[in-house]
Design a protein around this ligand. Structure first.
Ligand SMILES: Nc1ncnc2c1ncn2[C@@H]1O[C@H](COP(=O)(O)OP(=O)(O)OP(=O)(O)O)[C@@H](O)[C@H]1O
Length: 302
């Protein structure tokens, strides 16, 4: 259903924001299954996890694998961690794309001085806190999210020091609305990420994979040929092959030989990606979706 990446400086109110968002989602009209994935779930100590690059990479790897295992069409996963490295947020975005779900980033924007003060207060109370060297290092390496990046969008910003954190904060209200909004073919403001050849993760059963792939792509080319015969050489826009599949948008007439050639290339490409790692589509609908994405990219109107 969705992946939410919480992001912010150390001790900036991320866990509080994650809890607040999770509660709001659970209280919304449809009772969503919401799960927070954080360091504490793996009993990972802050200071040990960020003590050096190998342990930090290990921490990120553990969280990423858990996200990968957990994202599904019927739940909302919230990753509550620093998520401060741009490349890491990109990796999480790729997981959401591979799963074909919604994605957003919630950013706790708190000035360094205030984070430091909260961290010191935590320490004074005997609660788990960052030691000063690690705190400084994390602050220095923080890569602020930028909504112009696909992997940082949409971006919901919170200012916990200025406004506090509660369910009525605009960022929480907006994130809940984005995550729970019902979508149909006319919805423009909610993006459901679509898997591509490189990110698809499941497989056709070995015995009939080629046959299924062949049949599914043939169906798409038949639909295009038929639509072209009725469009008298004009562009094809919004041609549907089936419910829940992207529409075909092609800017110029494509002859049958070219379509056949593109189909062969696509089948070959999916075979190659399965050899080098990312597997081919798992069922007829995924195959059609990927083939349509491929055609739209190669021949698209944009
Ligand atoms: N709006 C706020 N006003 C005052 N204190 C706050 C506020 N938000 C958080 N704090 C305090 O800051 C500390 C850290 O909060 P929280 O655990 O939510 O931050 P975090 O960013 O998740 O921390 P970490 O980086 O350790 O995971 C807590 O002790 C909390 O009481």
């Amino acid at each position: 259903m969705a992946l939410v990446v919480i992001c912010g400086q150390p001790c900036s109110g991320k866990s509080k924001a994650a809890l607040c968002l999770a509660e709001s989602l659970k209280e919304s009209e449809v009772k969503y299954q919401v799960r927070i994935i954080d360091e504490a779930s793996f009993h990972l100590d802050r200071n040990e996890s960020y003590a050096n690059m190998p342990s930090e990479k290990n921490l990120r790897g553990v969280l990423r694998s858990e996200v990968d295992r957990s994202v599904a069409k019927d739940n909302i996963i919230i990753v509550d961690s620093l998520n401060s490295i741009k490349g890491y947020r990109y990796e999480l975005w790729c997981l959401a794309r591979a799963a074909g779900i919604r994605y957003c980033v919630v950013y706790c924007d708190v000035e360094e001085n205030n984070c430091r003060k909260w961290n010191e207060e935590r320490r004074a109370k005997g609660e788990a806190s960052y030691n000063d060297t690690i705190f400084d290092d994390l602050v220095r390496r923080f890569e602020r999210p930028d909504s112009r990046n696909r992997w940082d969008a949409p971006l919901f910003e919170l200012w916990p020091h200025r406004d506090g954190i509660d369910k009525s904060c605009a960022a929480i209200v907006d994130a809940v609305s984005y995550l729970t909004k019902k979508v149909d073919s006319k919805t423009r403001d909610v993006k459901i990420l679509q898997p591509t050849i490189a990110t698809q993760t499941s497989r056709f059963s070995d015995a009939n994979s080629l046959y299924e792939l062949d049949k599914a792509t043939q169906e798409v080319t038949n639909t295009i040929a038929e639509a072209q015969s009725q469009s008298f050489g004009g562009p094809l826009v919004g041609i549907s092959v089936g419910k829940d599949l992207p529409t075909i948008n092609i800017s110029r007439p494509v002859g049958l030989p070219e379509l056949r050639r593109m189909r062969r290339t696509f089948i070959k490409l999916t075979g190659q990606t399965s050899l080098s790692g990312p597997p081919p589509p798992s069922d007829a609908d995924s195959a059609k979706r990927m083939f349509i994405d491929y055609l739209n990219r190669e021949l698209g109107t944009s």
